[in-house]
Design a protein around this ligand. Structure first.
Ligand code: SF4
Ligand code: SF4
Length: 158
């Protein structure tokens, strides 16, 4: 049986960036359509936008990542991303830092050879192919700034 999001709503919860019907979803700003309803947390579920809501899947959902690494349990969203056309995996703090177990899970998968995350000292870490490293070097300052903006959100939540 395929995995289900179930009780998880991490991708709607104010850790990622998106625009939902003109409303900004960003670090610290959860989706305005997110509710606490135990029967389904999206108040417009049937009519939710195709992009990003219907097409977004975190990597936990579409792989054999263990159950305890589900974003709602780990506090980390692993997502496929692209920068200047180069695909990579971004481990987003939501609000936790990626553990060694999560990092090593990706390092062992050839398919996910480009990996970006922040360590517990908020240092940016990027591992992968030469092209990926070159592109990250170009955009590093912006990525760090976004991460520090997100860090302010962690503080609000703790
Ligand atoms: S973070 Fe993953 S498991 Fe959680 S709701 Fe989003 S897609 Fe589903
Ligand atoms: S519209 Fe629904 S599925 Fe989309 S981000 Fe908001 S709560 Fe999540």
């Amino acid at each position: 049986m395929s995995k289900q999001c179930g009780e998880c709503s991490k991708c709607c919860d104010g850790w990622l960036h998106a625009n939902i019907r003109g409303n900004v979803l960003s670090p610290g700003n959860k989706c305005i359509f997110l509710t606490n309803d135990p029967n389904g947390s999206c108040s417009i579920h049937k009519d939710r936008p195709i992009k990003p809501c219907q097409i977004f899947s975190c990597i936990w959902l579409i792989t054999d990542m263990p159950e305890h690494l589900k974003p709602s349990l780990s506090g980390v969203i692993a997502m496929n991303n692209k920068i200047d056309g180069v695909p990579y995996v971004f481990l987003v703090n939501a609000p936790n830092y990626p553990t060694d177990e999560i990092i090593n899970w990706f390092k062992e998968k050839e398919k996910y050879s480009n990996l970006l995350y922040f360590d517990t000292d908020d240092n940016i870490v990027y591992i992968g192919e030469t092209k990926f490293i070159e592109v990250i070097e170009l955009h590093k300052d912006d990525i760090i700034k976004q991460h520090l903006d997100l860090a302010k959100h962690y503080i609000k939540q703790i």
